[in-house]
Design a protein around this ligand. Structure first.
Ligand code: ATP
Length: 585
């Protein structure tokens, strides 16, 4: 298929912000796509050339990217630089340059999806000496053969910033409609949650139909999407919801790790499925010593610890370590960690995701020989609220952030990728004024004044509305930033600046700068109020009003482990608001 067909589809998708329209446009595109190119089209539409866990990432230093645009078009370099300074968007620079391109040879090849995909893949994979030059040349060749619209999307993909605003779950919808039926959507999502590879799922569906998905199995080395929790605010209610008896575990406050172990080789993935094996050589060693099976997939929380006292330390200590790729040895010694394992998903040829939780727990206990630094999470099973309260108090005293209740029913399977009522968290914060901290996405910035002149003075923060797939503003955050964080903000945000609001951002406020949703910060507020200006849950509680968080304060924690779509949802803020009303009445 011509790449132009894809570029045109992206133009139409870019012109809508409605999820249903996007789905229809995707279905239209998939129907035009030959079966052998479906996998590539899905990766390209995600702005990738491979699933995240493979670590094959696109990107080229700004200077080289601009040089490639020059090499590919021979448009005056000064002009290219000028456009870059004005727009800061490689796509629009490439579009303008190709529009003015001088014809350097008589024939240019017309681009098809496979050629573009293969070139981008080669660019992403190139490494070692001379690789930058090779990347630059391959990119220049693509631009040389492009029309302006094609160049725009190739350059954005190349820069790792395609940003079509299509959530993975919208692609899942479109795949189900195109190759199966709407009613088979869950099967498609399940396959995606198991292999974390939407391109592969799409390829199987296109070539083999729904039956092809039976090939998707949990494999050691391929991360599955994490199972998540719901929340409730009373232990009695939790026990009731889970059928009168459940298991409680400490909720450790650290970094979630999914470890894949095979024949002595161990790989570690975060909740975002990023491979972090190289960043945690100590966990690899610790696990190698503790795991008694042949092969397995286990999950746990990596928590910073004071080796002198054995006490758990605040989570921030682990994140400091993650920034230090180049001084790893000293970081490993300076910020020691422990691993508390809480699940076992695969053990010696057996997929345990369809095994009930109590049996998985027993398998975990049997395959781990606890050491000083690797433990199985603290747990107790009860139907008695007073016992559970006592367990909660103990968890808090020992430095955990709360407890997680887990179903012990016959159907308490591991549900990859879903947030459900099988696991319910209960945290200390629910007892304070505003229940719980929230994780909000920065969508805009206000220029600072006085001491903050030249920096960001405050950020416009949003929740994620899952149904509508959009970000809704909920507060203006200016407190809680120390000097280090203020200095770090431009580095964290400037790369995501846009000249107008992102299509998925719904805002009545007009900040000085807009950002593509990316940075997620943890925020504590005093209370939730109705607001005429914020768009979070607009019109749900009262006509003409949304919800706002009063007196917000940054807690000091950047949620690097969360994608913007994992931020606190609009529904959660609505639930917190209702809870607050209940407390007051
Ligand atoms: P929060 O924002 O409350 O920290 P979250 O949004 O990161 O939570 P949740 O689904 O609400 O994610 O809570 C589950 C997280 O709690 C898991 O992703 C895991 O990192 C952590 N966790 C800590 N201890 C446990 C445990 N014993 N069992 C399961 N998850 C645990």
């Amino acid at each position: 298929m011509d790449y132009m067909t894809l570029a045109k589809a992206y133009e139409s998708i870019g012109a809508t912000s409605k999820r249903l329209e996007m789905t229809d446009l995707l279905v239209e595109l998939l129907l035009k796509t030959p079966k052998n190119e479906v996998e590539m089209v899905v990766y390209l539409t995600q702005g990738k050339v491979a699933p995240d866990f493979k670590g094959i990432e696109l990107g080229l230093a700004e200077k080289l990217a601009l040089k490639a645009i020059y090499e590919g078009t021979r448009v005056d370099e000064a002009k290219i630089n000028e456009w870059w300074i004005k727009d800061g968007d490689l796509g629009s620079v490439a579009f303008q340059a190709v529009s003015e391109k001088k014809q350097t040879s008589l024939f240019t090849e017309s681009l098809n999806v496979t050629t573009v995909f293969d070139s981008l893949l080669n660019i992403a994979k190139a490494s070692g000496s001379g690789s930058q030059e090779l990347k630059m040349k391959l990119f220049a060749k693509l631009l040389h053969d492009s029309s302006p619209v094609e160049a725009k999307y190739i350059a954005r993909t190349m820069a790792g910033k395609l940003r079509l605003g299509i959530a993975d779950m919208t692609i899942v919808d479109a795949l189900a409609v195109t190759y199966a039926g709407k009613e088979d959507r869950d099967a498609v999502e399940r396959a995606y949650n198991t292999c974390s590879d939407l391109g592969r799922v799409a390829g199987l569906l296109a070539t083999k139909g729904l039956g092809g998905l039976s090939e998707v199995k949990l494999e050691v080395g391929v991360p599955l999407r994490a199972m998540l929790c719901e929340r409730l605010t009373s232990i009695g209610e939790i026990i009731g919801k889970l059928g009168g008896e459940c298991a409680f575990e400490y909720k450790y406050d650290g970094l979630r790790i999914q470890a894949h172990i095979r024949d002595g080789h161990i790989d570690l993935f975060t909740r975002q499925l990023e491979k972090v094996t190289d960043q945690f050589p100590d966990i690899v060693n610790m696990l190698a010593g503790a795991f008694k099976g042949k092969e397995g997939v286990v999950e746990g929380e990596c928590v910073p610890v004071d080796v002198n006292t054995g006490e758990m330390l605040p989570f921030q200590t682990v994140s400091r370590r993650r920034g230090r790729k180049f001084e790893l040895t000293s970081a490993v010694n300076e910020f020691p960690v422990m691993l508390y394992l809480f699940d076992c998903l695969f053990l010696d040829d057996r997929d345990l995701t369809h095994t009930p939780y109590p049996n998985r727990r027993a398998e975990l206990a049997a395959c781990i020989s606890e050491t000083e630094r690797v433990k199985v999470s603290e747990s107790m099973t009860t139907g008695d609220a007073a016992d559970a309260e006592g367990f909660f108090d103990q968890a808090i005293e020992r430095g955990a952030e709360g407890i997680i209740a887990k179903s012990v029913a016959d159907d308490s399977f591991y549900r990859a990728g879903s947030r459900g009522w099988q696991w319910i968290k209960f945290k200390r914060d629910y007892r304070s004024e505003m229940s719980d901290t929230v994780d909000l996405v920065a969508v805009g910035g206000f220029a600072g004044r006085g001491r903050r002149a030249g920096a960001y003075g405050a950020l416009l923060m949003a929740t994620y509305n899952r149904e509508e797939d959009r970000f809704e503003t909920v507060t203006k955050l200016g407190s809680g930033f120390d000097d280090d964080m203020l200095a770090a903000l431009p580095g964290l945000l400037d790369d995501h600046r846009l000249d107008k609001a992102d299509r998925r951002v719904c805002s009545e406020m007009k900040p000085d700068h807009w950002f593509a949703p990316s940075l997620v910060l943890e925020v504590r507020g005093a209370e939730i109020t109705l607001s005429p200006i914020h768009t979070c849950g607009f019109g749900v509680v009262r006509e003409g009003a949304g919800l706002a968080i009063r007196f917000p304060r940054y807690t000091g924690r950047i949620r690097e482990d969360k994608a913007p779509e994992d931020a606190t949802s609009t529904d959660e803020v609505l639930a917190m608001y209702n809870l607050q009303l209940k407390k007051l009445s």
